[in-house]
Design a protein around this ligand. Structure first.
Ligand code: NAP
Length: 454
């Protein structure tokens, strides 16, 4: 895939970029190695000062950064501005908490002194997706740099201006040369990068195929990997739920980022008692969404990021309908320039159809009706993925059961699934392994050293 900026709202390619040559990569890897030797010895208070400066730059220029994101991948500008603000938040969070998370932990043993020390590993490679082009990178970079590692970013090929802007933010904030670098390279260079002795570990957010490929290459080198992959999150609504709140949140949880979020609610599992009312309200709210130019503040639904995503989604919907699913609204590309797809709802989804077994990365809700909580849990877990789950009930016993029995990295009760710097984030099953954010996130890329003094 060429490294370029193509506006998804118009289809126009605005700028193309040349990939780094082998010798340019070599220079950057050497720089990161030298930078690490100094950075690991830089005090936490100095690292925090620069991380706060990065937060300030993000906040001051949020409109400008939001526009770059929307231009390159089409997210509605309101969401893009919120994304930049969240990046500032994660920078501040780790600037304020890293010292506490990285402090020695005394352990009482029969030694005269014994404790755990957290030490940086070196250069960490981040292979990142286009869907939250700032947030995904900052939630990697803030803990990783605060821990004393240096970062190398291989961003998705359709968001090069985002990738360069992020490198520039760290430079402007005062981080020394080489502590955070963007590598403009295609995905075919990732396996080679992870094999290089300069890189100690990697994290990838993206598809299962990409994750498996990186994990295989890293496995050969015995290098650690964190994987944040796809999801087909259930959104379960039981009879005791506040129906209006559930439907309103359902729309946001499905449509955020034009439906292209790993933790979007994708499968709506509703008990029969309230299913017709839920369905009717959902259709009404989907029909009322404002589709349009993502640069406008009042746009709810913009274009998909690339023509391929549009093609894949259209195929999944068409094939599911051919297999017997019922279309309640939408179901086609929109007749306008750009990668627009109609807000769509499918129900009566037959086993074996794409809608039953695959992740739908776009504005398509999959509606399932079940008899009771037992069926709801069974269906929710009947997926290769296990990222998040949103469950709606006002009964304590049902809530406790759902928390216990849903197979996912996160369960949100009466709320949509979202990431928060203070809480760990990640999946199980084919949604990946390892955690980002919270205390757990900063501990992924450190040497957890056991110290024993006789
Ligand atoms: P993708 O194709 O896997 O791309 C993600 C990144 O991986 C890009 O930088 C891409 O580079 C690179 N890549 C692609 N193939 C690769 C390979 N074989 N080896 C190494 N790197 C490779 O993913 P996407 O389609 O852009 O993103 C959507 C997927 O990401 C969805 O499944 C979504 O659920 C998941 N996602 C998960 C999370 C999470 O936190 N769990 C968050 C966001 C998205 P190029 O652009 O150069 O191809």
């Amino acid at each position: 895939m060429a490294i370029s900026t193509t506006n998804p709202a118009t289809g126009e390619t605005l700028k193309t970029f040349t990939e780094l040559t082998d010798s340019e990569i070599e220079t950057k890897l050497e720089l990161s190695k030298q930078a690490f030797e100094k950075w690991r010895k830089t005090s936490l208070s100095q690292r925090a000062e620069w991380m706060h400066a990065a937060a300030a730059i993000l906040t001051q220029n949020k409109a400008q950064y939001a526009q770059i994101m929307t231009l390159e991948m089409g997210k509605p500008i309101r969401g893009a501005i919120a994304e930049v603000e969240k990046c500032a938040l994660v920078c501040r969070y780790y600037a304020e908490n890293a010292a506490k998370f990285l402090a020695d932990v005394p352990v009482s043993t029969d030694a005269s002194a014994s404790f755990i020390r957290y030490q940086p590993m070196g250069a960490i490679l981040a292979v990142m997706p286009w869907n939250f082009p700032f947030w995904q990178v900052f939630r990697f970079a803030a803990p990783t740099l605060m821990a004393g590692n240096v970062g190398l970013l291989k961003h998705a090929s359709n968001v090069p201006q985002c990738a360069l802007a992020i490198e520039d933010i760290f430079t402007q904030a005062g981080f020394p040369d080489g502590v955070f670098q963007t590598l403009l390279v295609g995905s075919d260079r990732v396996s080679d990068l992870i094999s290089r002795s300069h890189i100690q570990a990697a994290t990838l957010t993206g598809s299962e195929v990409a994750g498996a490929s990186l994990a295989a290459a890293a496995g050969k080198q015995i290098k650690k990997v964190v994987l944040e992959l796809g999801g087909s999150d259930p959104f379960i609504v039981l009879a005791s739920a506040d129906l209006e709140a559930a439907v309103t949140t359902a729309v946001t949880a499905r449509m955020l980022n034009n439906g292209q979020s790993c933790i979007a609610a994708k499968r709506f599992i509703v008990v029969e008692e309230i299913a017709d009312r839920f369905q009717q309200k959902l259709v009404e709210k989907f029909a009322a969404l404002k589709v349009g130019d993502p640069m406008q503040l009042d746009t709810d639904l913009g274009p998909l990021a690339t023509p391929n995503i549009l093609k894949d989604l259209d195929y999944q919907v068409t094939q599911s309908v051919k297999d017997g699913a019922k279309l309640l609204i939408g179901g086609q590309k929109l007749d306008r320039p750009g990668n627009y797809y109609a807000a769509t709802i499918l129900t009566d989804i037959p086993p074996g159809s794409p809608a039953q077994k695959e992740e739908f990365f776009g504005p398509v809700a999959l509606l399932f009706k079940v008899a009771d909580i037992n069926e709801a849990i069974e269906l929710a877990n009947d997926t290769p993925f296990g990222l998040g789950a949103s469950v709606w009930t006002n009964k304590a016993a049902e809530r406790d059961r759902l928390i216990d029995e849903i197979e996912a990295g996160a369960v949100f009760i009466n709320s949509m699934v979202k990431s928060d710097p203070r809480m760990p984030f990640g999946g199980i099953k084919k949604s990946g392994y390892g955690r980002e954010l919270g205390k757990e996130g900063i501990h992924e890329f450190v040497n957890i050293k056991t110290v024993w003094v006789k």
